[in-house]
Design a protein around this ligand. Structure first.
Ligand code: NAD
Ligand code: GLY
Length: 370
């Protein structure tokens, strides 16, 4: 049974699209795609783990609506999100003589989604693509907003394009097979929307995170819908990140430094790093006299209650100067200055430039020693 619980519109003039949120949406994917525009052939990109659990539902959903499909599988994990694998994927699709009317479909987490998006942006100078996100992180963040990309040896996501999908299908049923740790990492991006500018949603998270994470479908539907509405609103206001979209990077300046420190590998997942980074952003805001300490304590309490990490795995300590050095390599550095998203309180985040990096290093050193 397929149920669309919610439809969220991303308003971008001619590039506007819907995000459908509900259970069993892969089974009716073909009908949903044909409602956007007629399609005869789809190239599905997925990873082997996701495909084993969910590809048959998508294939049958496409077939029922008269869409022929071919699938291209990659190994799971960040290691495939690079130029070499992108080239192989494009080459394999080109062997099938694609036409502009064909579409690409991403079935998977953020890795598959980012990679499929950049492939769609480049293939035949741009073809349409559909996101079928299967991790919580991808449903609430990476599948929406059109940022696509691959990693290089110089850093993450440094090559890519803004290329919006034509449709996003958030099938909540897909989350049933997601490992708990991945679910938690995605939850960090959910709670982020409350911390940015929706304090009432943060309060909802405090009250409802436990049942949501345990599998309560109504709570999951609500969390994904609120998150997608928030992201859609921010992307519609600032598609290319010249302003308000930067708020989506709350926790990311610290988080990316921690990910760089742990090699962007499975030791620390992106969402886990962002969770630690959001604690740090609130702590720094308190230190700089910008935010009441009660709000930072509330953030900490909630993260501890749900089990989001407070530090590196295995009691490992960071060196403050190493994290600061990583920050200077961030994409968001402007004229050598690191940009931070700080907060005047829960739901009152803002872009902060010109922060004294010495104060940041001091805080990181204190937290490492604590
Ligand atoms: P991922 O795509 O690597 O998926 C995590 C793991 O979960 C993989 O091993 C995958 O095989 C498995 N998996 C996925 N769905 C599953 C399911 N339903 N059941 C069982 N296993 C499943 O990781 P992710 O956290 O989804 O995405 C991280 C990526 O997203 C990073 O590359 C990051 O840069 C990118 N990202 C992009 C944006 C954006 O705006 N484009 C935003 C945030 C993150
Ligand atoms: N995940 C950050 C953004 O989409 O802008």
């Amino acid at each position: 049974m397929s149920t669309v619980g919610e439809r969220v519109r991303v308003e971008l003039d001619a590039r506007s699209y819907d995000i459908l949120i509900g259970e069993g949406l892969l089974e009716t994917a073909g009908v949903a795609i044909q409602a956007v525009r007629p399609v005869r052939r789809a190239f599905v990109v997925s990873d082997t783990t996701v495909a084993a659990a969910h590809l048959p539902r998508l294939e049958s959903g496409l077939k029922k609506a008269g869409i022929a499909s071919e699938t291209f599988l990659q190994a799971p994990g960040e290691g495939t999100k690079d130029f070499r694998h992108l080239g192989v994927l494009l080459d394999r699709i080109l062997e099938r003589r694609p036409e502009r009317g064909d579409i690409l479909v991403a079935l998977g987490g953020g890795v598959v989604g980012d990679m499929t998006g950049v492939a769609a942006a480049l293939l035949l100078r741009g073809v349409d693509f559909v996101q079928c996100p299967t991790t919580l992180l991808a449903q609430v963040d990476s599948s929406v907003g059109g940022k696509t990309g691959v990693n290089t040896r110089h850093g993450k996501n440094l090559i890519g394009a803004f290329h919006q999908p034509r449709l996003v299908l958030c099938d909540l049923a897909a989350l049933a097979t997601l490992p708990q740790r991945e679910l938690m990492a995605g939850y960090a991006e959910v709670v982020k929307y409350g911390l940015i500018d929706e304090p009432e949603f943060f309060a909802w998270c405090e009250a409802n995170a436990a049942p949501m994470l345990a599998g309560d479908m109504a709570a999951r539907a609500h969390a994904v819908a609120v998150s997608c509405r928030a992201k859609a609103r921010i992307v519609a206001a600032d598609e290319r990140e010249n302003g308000v979209r930067a708020l989506l990077n709350l926790g990311h300046t610290f988080g990316h430094a921690l990910e760089a420190e742990t090699g962007f590998g499975p030791e620390l997942l992106h969402g886990e790093a962002v969770a630690i980074g959001m604690r740090m952003a609130f702590d720094l805001s308190v230190r700089l006299g910008l935010c009441p300490s009660a709000d930072a304590i509330r953030v900490r309490r909630h993260f501890d209650a749900v089990g989001l990490p407070a530090g590196l795995p295995g009691q490992r300590r960071w060196r403050a100067e190493d994290l600061v050095a990583h920050m200077h390599h961030d994409k968001k550095v402007r004229d050598g200055k690191v940009t931070f998203i700080l907060a005047r309180g829960i739901g009152r985040s803002f872009v902060a430039t010109g922060i004294d990096i010495g104060r940041v290093q001091e805080m990181l050193a204190d937290e490492a020693a604590a």
